[in-house]
Design a protein around this ligand. Sequence first.
Ligand code: HEC
Ligand code: HEC
Ligand code: HEC
Ligand code: HEC
Ligand code: HEC
Ligand code: HEC
Ligand code: HEC
Ligand code: HEC
Ligand code: HEC
Length: 418
Amino acid sequence: MRHFSIFISSIAMSAIIFTTDLPQDACVSCHFEIDQDKDVDERSLTNILDDIHIQKGLGCSDCHGGNPEAFDDEDEAMWDVDSFLGTIERVDQPQVCGVCHSDPIYMRQYSAHIKTDQVGQYWTSQHGVSLKEGNQNVAVCTDCHSVHGIFPVNDPRSSVYALNVPETCNHCHGDSEVMEGSGLSNDQYDKYRISVHGVALLDDMDISAPACNDCHGNHGAIPPSVFSISDICGSCHVNNKDLFKDSHLSDIFLNADLNQCEGCHNYHDILTPTDEDLLWNDKDNCVECHQEIEDVANKMGVKFNNIITELKSKIDLANEKVASAENMGMEVSDLFFDLEEAHKILIQTRTSIHSFNLEHVSETASSGYKSADAAILGAEKAMEEFDFRKTGLLIFSIILTMFAILLYLKIKSLEKNK
Ligand code: HEC
Ligand code: HEC
Ligand code: HEC
Ligand code: HEC
Ligand code: HEC
Ligand code: HEC
Ligand code: HEC
Ligand code: HEC
Ligand code: HEC
């Protein structure tokens, strides 16, 4: 019976081997048999058929060394061969993977675009630095990319596909045992998960929102420094960055050793800012550093808030009026452009506060006031027009009724005269 099941499984295995692009070598044929005898949890080759390396025609010996021609003899295939590495130790991985991945000429045969800086970058990262010092807990290539199931990075099955990155990092960074001794907390994922970015990426699957690697780099994972944070946030929030960098606050922050965007927004637990953040209250972004209510910052915050509030109430009024005019059946499609424009400027005004320049903010808002006013005026005109038409219609129908009555009387008198 046992022989029979081995027979069946080797037929099944050969079927897999012969129907795929797996190299027909000694390593494969012998190891697939060994693997079959293992428990599912212990099998190391389960996903190897889909691995990008195998898909590209590489074999086991391209990573592990050995002699793939020696079909029947373990010793000839592995143990007696100088190039045979055996299982690849964690510390050796960057070097082994780097044999190909750091070689631009080799890699170009497969892909003109693939980068070849991973290993160099890796050694500059805190992971690499710490690995060199003997810390086995840090991430090596296969912790992020997996073993024997490595996919192209834009394949949704890849452990470093954007939507999977936070979990991949959290595997260690959320584990207090792994992080013990590093002096780092283990709450990055939990904070990130509730942030605007985490919600956008993981709930709304908006891959334009940053995963961990967008701020930390793929291979050079170090905390962004004081000087680079605004550049990192600014790679996506370009206008906020440009405005802030040009503001006189930028240098003040740098001199005070305050991290640019982070000082007001935090970094992992970034929440949706509101207009109230500008006001003197518990949630105020400014109070944290500007304790005195008389402080120039708090006064500025209140002024910004006033400008935005005024624009918002104008837009609300305009929306209301345009809706009423539309309900009356008037043609108001032009006014929707004004409303849209005003709304766009409201968003720009919120961004413009990063100039920390009152004049700039009120200038930005003023074109929003104009658009909202135009919509209000347009809607009022449409409503007047409606009233005018309504009165006109009334007069017209009175005349019409009177005419009908006259006609009726005329017909009646003609009938009498007959
Ligand atoms: C005739 C069978 C056979 C052939 C051929 C063979 N292996 Fe093995 N290999 C084994 C056995 C048996 C072991 C040890 C048992 C195990 O897998 O745990 C092993 C172990 C390994 C290990 C783990 C070594 C360690 O240090 O733990 C690697 C890696 C490996 N083989 C790769 C290869 C490669 C690459 C080739 C081809 C060049 C190859 N094998 C050819 C049977 C074979
Ligand atoms: C892209 C490189 C790469 C290729 C290709 C590759 N391996 Fe591995 N393999 C590794 C690395 C790295 C490790 C060490 C993983 C770890 O530290 O957990 C490993 C570990 C192993 C081990 C020991 C771990 C275990 O689970 O017992 C065996 C056996 C093994 N590989 C066999 C193979 C065979 C057979 C093939 C071909 C079918 C193959 N490998 C193809 C990179 C590779
Ligand atoms: C801390 C996690 C991590 C470690 C460690 C890591 N990588 Fe990556 N790797 C990534 C991420 C994230 C990406 C990019 C995903 C993307 O672009 O969406 C990536 C991308 C890649 C790519 C695709 C080309 C590129 O650069 O974008 C290759 C090849 C690669 N890694 C190889 C390696 C090698 C070799 C090592 C070991 C020296 C390694 N990686 C270590 C996370 C890691
Ligand atoms: C023998 C050469 C070789 C070795 C050794 C090697 N790779 Fe590769 N790797 C390749 C080739 C070739 C590709 C396919 C490139 C392509 O076509 O995009 C590839 C692709 C990849 C990709 C997908 C890149 C993409 O297109 O998004 C990752 C990730 C990767 N390798 C990681 C590793 C890791 C981790 C190791 C070490 C455990 C390793 N590689 C060892 C040659 C190698
Ligand atoms: C295998 C576990 C593991 C994985 C996976 C991992 N890390 Fe790490 N990482 C560590 C350890 C451990 C340290 C602390 C190193 C030390 O003590 O110097 C660290 C350090 C860091 C640091 C430096 C922090 C500082 O202030 O020194 C950053 C940033 C970082 N990791 C980001 C990431 C990102 C982003 C990912 C996912 C793309 C990731 N890590 C995946 C284990 C891991
Ligand atoms: C929007 C950008 C951004 C994203 C997304 C992000 N980080 Fe960070 N991270 C930072 C900044 C900025 C710092 C440095 C803060 C400082 O030093 O003041 C940092 C610091 C860290 C540190 C050092 C310890 C700490 O908590 O300060 C680790 C570890 C880390 N991040 C891991 C991660 C992991 C894991 C993820 C994904 C779950 C992630 N980061 C997502 C920007 C980001
Ligand atoms: C990879 C691009 C990217 C990076 C890097 C990035 N963000 Fe974002 N951010 C986004 C996207 C996309 C959204 C919109 C999410 C949504 O749908 O609500 C967003 C939303 C925000 C919001 C909320 C805006 C709103 O109106 O709700 C703030 C605040 C923010 N990010 C601040 C930051 C800060 C501070 C950093 C740097 C520490 C940063 N971002 C880094 C892409 C990025
Ligand atoms: C992370 C700390 C921090 C936060 C939060 C913060 N500031 Fe400041 N700000 C400073 C420091 C430090 C100075 C220089 C010392 C001072 O004047 O109090 C400063 C100075 C200023 C100044 C005076 C510049 C000058 O001309 O001297 C203005 C205006 C200002 N901040 C506006 C704001 C506004 C508005 C907010 C809230 C949206 C805010 N700041 C939030 C740290 C902060
Ligand atoms: C001094 C405090 C402060 C600093 C520094 C700061 N912000 Fe803001 N930010 C705010 C406040 C307050 C709001 C809310 C404005 C509102 O909604 O009325 C805001 C709103 C935002 C928004 C949402 C509105 C919009 O523009 O879409 C984003 C995104 C943003 N900030 C990104 C950044 C980035 C990126 C940096 C660094 C270049 C940065 N902020 C620096 C205080 C600050």
